[in-house]
Ligand binder design. Structure first.
Ligand code: NAI
Ligand code: MG
Length: 334
């Protein structure tokens, strides 16, 4: 039996986390869910964004499935997501992007994994007003931070028999920061002679991804570019409702979808639960429950391909609960 922290989050979070929990339970893996919440809803009720019991649960269980949390634009609100990733040094944000048959998008052959550095870059949150009308932000890139994410990408490529890793940067302009990231990539690549290092400048990367995404297998990049490219890649396979993710450190792992709290569709039972369900499958793989994870991957694929119980973003008219119920029923027949 596993003990897992479950954080519903804001907006569509509670709706999709509930369905993901039910799908995971349907695989037969026995999990004791420790439900604790953080975010704006909690703030409204308790006056605190992350109650102590959230930290306690995370530190005890070391594995969590988390819904999205709203970060209001403007001063006074730090992103809880960024805070948790930094506090627990969850340095690798791993986001697999894969074509799912049955979805009408221009490409059907996308199969790549993004390794986004998760603790530094412009997300360290150091900004200041230099004078009225002039604002500045600090971008921090370290050798340690760069090496460990690039290493993770190459290790993944090797373990999964991939032939290339694309390092995405803007070292032509940011010579010291992105230059350091690129230099780390070149150095690490030497230890993997069988894997090709593709060096791609981020603006060209956007164009390459939109024109010919199948040329990429593994992408290693800094925090901001990784954030942006993740949403771009999600769009290529059918939208944010489909792409899962993991925030992995040396002693904790938090699984969550790429998307946010989607306030525009919150409370309507309309969100696509797939991204968070697949995040749950990644969590099961992390726990060593590969067979149960595969059951979920297969069931999701079949339900989407069949097309009768898919949400609006995928062109269907099923609700969140209808789609997840169909996935559960499929799992029970597999
Ligand atoms: P978003 O990802 O919440 O939504 C962007 C668009 O995609 C919206 O039109 C939304 O309806 C759609 N969408 C997202 N997830 C969907 C799903 N599962 N099914 C169907 N459609 C879906 O991005 P947005 O609007 O920029 O951010 C909203 C809030 O979420 C912000 O406060 C932001 O800070 C936060 N956020 C939190 C994240 C996290 O907790 N990890 C990640 C990204 C954003
Ligand atoms: Mg994002």
């Amino acid at each position: 039996m596993y003990k897992i922290t479950l954080i519903p989050g804001d907006g569509i979070g509670p709706e999709i986390i509930e369905t993901a929990k039910n799908v995971i339970d349907a695989t037969g893996v026995v999990i004791e869910w420790d439900m604790v919440n953080a975010g704006l809803d909690v703030y409204a009720k308790e006056g605190i964004l992350i109650p102590q019991k959230v930290y306690d649960s995370l530190e005890k269980n070391r594995v969590a499935l988390k819904g999205p949390i709203t970060t209001p634009i403007g001063q006074g609100f730090q992103s809880i997501n960024v805070l948790l990733r930094k506090k627990y040094d969850l340095f690798a944000n791993i986001r697999p992007v894969k074509s799912i048959p049955g979805i009408r998008v221009p490409f059907s052959n996308i199969d790549l994994v993004i390794f986004r550095e998760n603790t530094e870059d412009l997300y360290i949150g150091i900004e200041k007003m230099i004078s009225p009308g002039i604002a500045e932000a600090a971008k921090r890139i370290t050798e340690k931070g760069s090496r460990r994410i690039i290493q993770a990408a190459f290790d993944y490529a090797k373990a999964n028999h991939k032939s290339k890793v694309a390092v995405v940067h803007k070292a032509n302009i940011m010579k010291l920061t992105d230059g350091l990231f690129l230099a780390c990539a070149r150095d690490i690549a030497k230890a993997y002679p069988e894997i090709q290092l593709q060096e791609v400048i981020v603006d060209n990367m956007c164009m390459q991804l939109v024109m010919n995404p199948a040329q990429f297998e593994v992408i290693a990049t800094t925090n901001l570019y990784g954030d942006i490219l993740s949403d771009l890649c999600a769009g290529l396979v059918g939208g944010l409702g489909l792409v899962p993710g993991a925030n992995i450190g040396n002693s904790m792992a938090i699984f969550e979808a790429v998307h946010g709290s989607a306030p525009d569709i919150a409370g309507k039972n309309a969100a696509n639960p797939t991204a968070v369900i697949l995040s749950g499958a990644m969590m099961l793989e992390h726990l060593g429950e590969k067979d149960s994870a595969d059951l979920i991957y297969l069931a999701v694929k079949e339900i989407i391909q069949q097309g009768e119980h898919i949400t609006k973003d995928l062109g269907g008219n099923a609700t969140t609960t209808e789609m997840s119920r169909a996935i559960i029923e499929k799992i029970l027949t597999l």
